[in-house]
Design a binder for this molecule. Structure first.
Ligand SMILES: NC(=O)c1ccc[n+]([C@@H]2O[C@H](COP(=O)([O-])OP(=O)(O)OC[C@H]3O[C@@H](n4cnc5c(N)ncnc54)[C@H](O)[C@@H]3O)[C@@H](O)[C@H]2O)c1
Length: 310
């Protein structure tokens, strides 16, 4: 069995353990805080049982048995050909753990960071093994949302990216390649553009936040769960993408001439949005909503698995 070392066993680390283990890998989870990795074992087992209810794992007990808690970084790395790092999102933490991983991991092991926003050149530049380092950014929760953004530094070997892509495909994730470093990678740049406009439209009183959410969940988002914006516009004009652009880009140019300003994210506008949103969810309600979201995502993942793309 191939072995993965999961470094940092919080929200994302334990989900990665589930993803690798359900695909047949042995996964060793390590966490710097005593007791966290062993608690994560139970949470991963529960998560695998939930996945099984939706047909998303055949043998949840077998998968859970392939996950273990490691006593140290070196113990987690024992026999690992792949490392998925999930420590907190600070440059200092990433630099320190990557220096340790590069020192201790097998020479041919790939070192992948789950970082949401830190480009790999910032924490791998001075490492002897910098050619084997990359960012592999998942979306929460990675056991239900399969996209992984792969991003190398200028010195990351092309074979590292190619091998990482193969690994994620083999564990049923959907890797994409970010061809060169850019802040926010791809997913969060798209999300940021949408949020900026949403904050402007609600903040300036054009629409309520609830109606704006409906525009996505009962409008654009229905298509987006199985096709992206390019595939969408290809079908929105009889002559495909070129025809769509000829018809509609003048309109989009007018909209983009006045983009949302930076102050949509300032306290005053955030205050307007919170007032309109109208409810301050308690932690237990947020936990309940998270469970509901994960169940819906699991049902959607099962549907997508049964209806592969053309
Ligand atoms: N939460 C998300 O939505 C999300 C999504 C995508 C990517 N990420 C990225 O994943 C990474 C982890 O985020 P998270 O949400 O799981 O955070 P988290 O706080 O839930 O987990 C981080 C864990 O790392 C442990 N830790 C700290 N220092 C460590 C060290 N030196 N060695 C081993 N363990 C250590 C902590 O004890 C903690 O359990 C971050 O880089 C984050 O940006 C998070």
């Amino acid at each position: 069995m191939p072995r993965v070392a999961i470094i940092g066993s919080g929200l994302i680390g334990r989900a990665w353990a589930m993803v690798f283990a359900r695909a047949g890998w042995d996964a060793a989870m390590y966490d710097a805080v005593e007791g966290v990795a062993s608690k994560a074992l139970g949470l991963a087992a529960e998560g695998l049982n939930e996945l099984a209810k939706h047909g998303l794992v055949d043998d949840p007990k077998g998968a859970a048995a392939r996950v273990r808690a490691a006593k140290s970084v070196a113990d987690a790395l024992d026999g690992a050909s792949y490392v998925q790092e999930n420590v907190p999102e600070t440059l200092e933490a990433k630099r320190a753990i990557f220096a340790e991983l590069d020192r201790l991991a097998a020479p041919d092991a790939i070192l992948a960071s789950s970082s949401s926003a830190i480009v790999p050149s910032l924490f791998s530049e001075n490492l002897a093994g910098r050619a084997r380092c990359l960012v592999a950014h998942p979306v929460n929760p990675p056991h239900l949302v399969p996209i992984v953004e792969l991003l190398g530094a200028p010195w990351t070997a092309p074979e590292t990216i190619a091998r990482a892509k193969q690994v994620y495909e083999s564990i049923n994730q959907v890797p994409i390649i970010v061809r060169r470093e850019i802040e926010g990678f791809i997913l969060n740049r798209l999300q940021g553009a949408l949020l900026a406009e949403a904050f402007r439209l609600v903040g300036e009183g054009y629409v309520s936040p609830q109606d704006l959410d409906k525009t996505i969940k009962d409008g654009l988002g229905l298509r987006w769960s199985f096709m992206g914006p390019f595939a969408t516009i290809e079908l929105n004009a009889p002559g495909g993408i070129a025809d769509y652009c000829a018809r509609y880009t003048g309109f989009y140019k007018r909209l983009q001439a006045k983009p949302a300003s930076l102050d949509v994210f300032d306290d005053a506008n955030v205050g307007n949005i919170l007032k309109e949103w109208g409810k301050q969810a308690m932690p237990e309600q947020l936990a309940e909503l998270t469970r509901w979201r994960d169940q819906r995502l699991a049902a959607l993942a099962a549907h997508k698995k049964a209806q592969p793309s053309p």
